[in-house]
Design a protein around this ligand. Structure first.
Ligand code: TYD
Ligand code: MG
Length: 452
């Protein structure tokens, strides 16, 4: 008899017949766990249609863009790709206490107002607790059904009878199946529960939203495969000590990924922030040394934010490189380019870089804004006032064009910025009302802006 493959890598999902310390599939250490095979679960699959194929052309093309329901909470609808898709599974991850339960209770109430029947299943709080939160949010009259339950079999049996339009499961780590022989929250339980819930969503045309806990290093706890099972993965992020929260789509089968929705945590729950640029720039005073305003794009929307740099002498030992809101490796690259292409050394200096307000920027287009903030801090010279900066820096020191230049400039103008330092050499730009200073390479930029 063939050996059953009951060991799985929780990172890449590869299967093995025995345990080992390192996964041969992806090279991760300590990621292999033993699992019992998946159950077939309560519902018995797709009935008579199981395994049969249909010609692509026969599919109902009338419904091509899936019919979506909008919550009328624009920040949420945008991240979902334009509204909630029936028969879809969405995973929402985030740190404990960041506001996932609050967000989803508000979402349930918003969808209920649009006529969807919603069930909120809480495995973490009693119904009384959820009701108390709802009262605090002013949603206690909302037409949302509550259940405090963790046994997935009971939940699915009830849901199959009730056939709601939207089910929210808070959280996937608390759900357990009696057919799986391990504790709730374990890799096999989470995987089996996610499998049952996603197939329930597909089978009954129900939209399912799962809440997922996040591990220390910021990933959704449990097997990575859960992220592959669902259609949409959203992360709810924010810095402690900051009031605003960002809902970010990292995967979306029904819309663009990288889209963000910005919310503010208030005493009465989450409020939308329709103009995030104004929020991220709100505490700026006079232009100061070490500050550069970056005109970025988050998803389909331009967002302005401020990069702040501080350079201090490091008399002892290895200088510090500390960065918040931007990639540390990318910072090292920009320092190396400044050093070897422009002859500006940072050795013996501590470098601190921060994106104001707690936004996390991933775009390479921010390279030039980072370089500008670093140089401005090092030279102790403020950048010209009312100026935004963007451009990607290559290892040769060239400044490369970026996408959506016009959108960036339009947003800058809207927020009162009349000048922009931009990549040179790209296509000619239509007159946007912003005075442009095109830069072909970093050496030219340093000479032109800092007179060095
Ligand atoms: P919660 O939604 O319970 O977080 P999660 O489900 O991600 O663990 O949010 C908890 C935090 O939000 C808590 O620290 C209090 C705060 N909060 C407010 O500031 N205002 C509110 O109206 C609510 C409901 C919560
Ligand atoms: Mg919660």
């Amino acid at each position: 008899m063939a050996k059953s493959l009951s060991f799985h890598c929780s990172d890449c999902g590869a299967s093995f017949s025995k345990w080992s310390g390192r996964c041969d599939g992806c090279g991760a250490w300590n990621s292999i766990v033993e699992e019992k095979p998946l159950s077939t679960g309560p519902g018995k699959g797709l009935g008579g249609k199981r395994g049969r194929s249909v010609p692509l052309v026969d599919l109902d093309t009338e419904e091509a863009p899936p019919p979506r329901t909008q919550s009328q909470v624009a920040e949420l609808d945008r991240v979902l790709g334009g509204g909630l898709v029936p028969a879809s599974a969405t995973l929402v991850g985030g740190d404990p206490g960041i506001g996932k339960s609050t967000l989803l209770l508000q979402a349930a109430a918003a969808f209920a107002r649009r006529g969807l029947s919603c069930v909120y299943v809480s495995g973490e709080e009693a119904t009384a607790q959820v009701r108390m939160r709802a009262r605090r949010l002013g949603l206690d009259k909302a037409n949302v059904r509550l259940a405090a339950e963790t046994g997935l079999r009971d939940i699915l049996t009830t849901l199959e009878a009730e056939k709601p339009d939207l089910v929210i499961v808070d959280s996937i780590q608390t759900m357990w199946l009696d057919t799986v022989d391990s504790a709730p929250g374990s890799v096999s339980q989470v995987r089996a529960a996610a499998h049952e819930l996603t197939s329930f969503a597909k089978r009954h045309g129900v939209a399912v939203i799962l809440v997922g806990h996040v591990t220390k290093d910021g990933q959704i706890a449990g097997p990575r495969v859960v992220e592959h099972m669902v259609d949409t993965v959203l992360y709810f992020e924010g810095e402690r000590g900051h009031q605003f929260r960002i809902l970010r789509a990292v995967k979306n089968r029904f819309g663009p990924a990288d889209e963000i929705g910005v919310f503010e945590m208030t005493g009465k729950g989450l409020a939308q922030v329709p103009n995030p640029s104004a929020l991220f720039l709100q505490d700026r005073g006079e232009p100061a040394a070490g500050s550069a305003v970056f005109a970025g794009i988050e998803g389909t929307r331009p967002v302005l934010c401020e990069f702040q740099a501080l350079i201090a002498p490091a008399p002892h030992g290895t200088p510090r490189r500390s960065v918040v809101g931007w990639d540390g490796g990318r910072l090292a690259m920009i320092l190396a380019v400044l050093e070897s292409r422009c002859g500006i050394p940072f050795a013996g200096l501590d470098v601190y870089l921060n994106v104001a307000g707690g936004l996390r920027v991933a775009e390479p287009a921010a390279d030039l804004a980072v370089a500008a903030a670093l140089l401005s801090a090092r030279e102790d010279v403020a950048l010209p006032p009312e100026t935004v900066v963007f451009g990607e820096i290559s290892l040769s020191g060239a400044i490369r064009p970026v996408t959506q230049t016009e959108n960036r400039l339009k947003e800058a103008l809207k927020l009162g910025f009349s000048k922009a330092i931009v990549p040179g050499g790209g296509k000619r730009l239509a007159d946007s009302g912003v005075a442009l200073r095109p830069m072909a390479d970093l050496t030219g930029f340093v000479g032109d802006v800092f007179g060095a």
